[in-house]
Design a protein around this ligand. Sequence first.
Ligand code: CA
Length: 758
Amino acid sequence: MMYKFLYITIGLFAIASCVGSQQISSPSKTQSNNIIVNNISEFNAATAAMSPGDNIILANGVWTDAELVLQGQGTTDNPITLRAEEKGQVFLEGESNLRISGQHIIVEGLVFRNGHTPTGSVISYRTSKTSLCNNCRVTECVIDDYNPSERFESDYWVDIYGKNNRFDHNYLVGKRNRGVTLAVRLQTEESRENYHRIDHNYFGYRPTLGSNGGETLRVGTSHHSLTNSNTTVEDNYFETCSGELEIISSKSCQNTFRNNTFYECQGTLTMRHGNETVVDNNYFFGNRKPNTGGIRIINESQTVTNNYCQGLTGSRFKGALVIMNGVPNSPINRYFPVINSKASNNMLIDCDHVQLCAGSDAERSAPPTNTQMTSNIFYNTQKDDVFTVYDDISGISFEDNILSENITKPMYDGQAVKSGFTNKKLKFVDKGDIKICTDYPKIGPNIEQERPNKNNTGVSWYPKKDYQITFNSGKVIEVLPGDNTIWKAMKMAQKGDIIRLMKTGQYHQSKSVDINHTVTIESANGLADKPELTFERSSLFNIENGGSLRLKGIRVSGSESDDYSGNAVIRTSRYSMIDNYKLIVEDSDFIDLDVNHSFNFLKVFKNTFADSVRLSNCNFENISGHVLNLDKEIDNTGIYNAENVVVENCTFRDIGGTAIMLHRGGKDESTFGPILELHNSTFDNVGYDKRNKHEAALSFHGVQYADIRNIDVTDSRKINLHLIVGEPVIKLNDINFTNSEKLESNDDAYQSSNLNYK
Ligand code: CA
């Protein structure tokens, strides 16, 4: 009733304000300097001749394909503003974007959603190469899942040029394609020593890209990295910003990162290029999530003080505190050695990895010099070997650092560091979700300062997005055996729903079932036999963009499939998928996928990315093609098809192709995966089909982490390892090869025990 009344009232006003403008479609000045515009031509007319103090007001509603260009000269006292009639009621959709230039312009309250920018940025602080912004501000704007359909079509959401600009209280969430979320650009002199302030923004989730180019924030580029940017990034909240190794990439001099909160972000705040950067009073909460990191120091005269890190599990370049090795006489785009830098008064609670001289190799052979590590607390009662030292640490002076009683002091060349670390039993008090050390209350952040969180950053008037892929959160749709019963049920299914197969029997699909949401297909409890699924088309399930699939307790036979080559039980979209997907398969059997050659269990396409694939308690038998081949990214650019792959308690028997194949090519170091866990499984007669070009039963190329244990390989082709990039961690334990080919690897840098050949 209330709403109805509101609509009527607004409707009357809308009619009243439109009467005068309908014929000539010109903007209407309602009162002094307020100019309401209803469409792009009114906007263009209004912005053609603006005076200081003018307020351009976008009328409520959806603006489709609106490319807003605003050039104006406001003054300190009389800025030009561009704002929404009502915050949260103006939506820029389709191919919309915003470019501004001039002085003293304020943009407020716009929402970009349901579309993508046709240019390289959504919001740009310039209107041409030479028309930049100075003293401008963008505040309380939202960019929400505003992505192109092509995963590797690059764009930036925000490009800041010019000087003295501010970007504050904005909510940026769900960037999924290649390209930095927010970049400070330093191409010309007019954009350097810029004193921009980026504050109180809510950087919402950024899913793993599976490639370089997934940074949330970048300041500068290697090319201009020795110039001063003087950008301050403070009081922002970063939530699961996990696009790649660098949450933030600082690539210029004299930047400040102060009092920001990083919540469950994979990667680190990285001082990738440039000197004299300050990282002070920031909070990093990993909550023990994988690959969560803290701060990575590279280059000269960096200051890292008073930061609080808790529950960070990341190793190597994703450590809680990382001091890198550099390249002697480094080219501008490689790694400058760490010189004259300091890390002091930082508090690391329950963090697993502190890395000194990280990245040491033939090229990065210059260890840190004239660098200090002073008065830090490293407290972790669960892990003793927190420090990893990769090269000579004599260039780092250690003083007054405190360790929990169990932590081993850093070692180099078999010698523990002689002084600068004291093991101590420490007392803490909990203050909200952080710990304060009562023995050293001055170490760690200043808790008097308000810490950024979900509520004091971003905007208050826009809903916070739920980004989890959550199975089994919706309704149950009950289905009986018959023709296309699953296909029909899927038409009704929504996000989180469960399609439950109520009886034993045959569920035959003459149409492929498109998966457009997160859905589960499972057998009802207590059935005597698994429901059997058969299908006629080239695939049974198609995971389309936005889809994720969980299968449980079913049996799939390929015996009634089309007699063509290249069938698959499950395939991904043939086109680029901007959304990452999950595939979970439990307690299920897949048999007789052999009506023709190259019949796969899963068939993935290029430009698709699985957040995770998990197979547990499954049997795969009599299959002419591959079971799990995630190998369609072959360009050697560090792009790959799946982040987490888990296979446990599975049997593979009579498989023509490979049982599992993961491929990540190239030497790029900016991703986390692929990550493999393969446990308690058997492989029988796998890999001998003449079309199996990998000539292996299992093949892992460029995998970053693999834990393979307790598996039996019988009458099968080899396990093939190809180790590249940094220091991949590959563990092979308790593997029995019977009448099978031997393990083959390009490199012996893997850990192994109990490899038995019979
Ligand atoms: Ca990067």
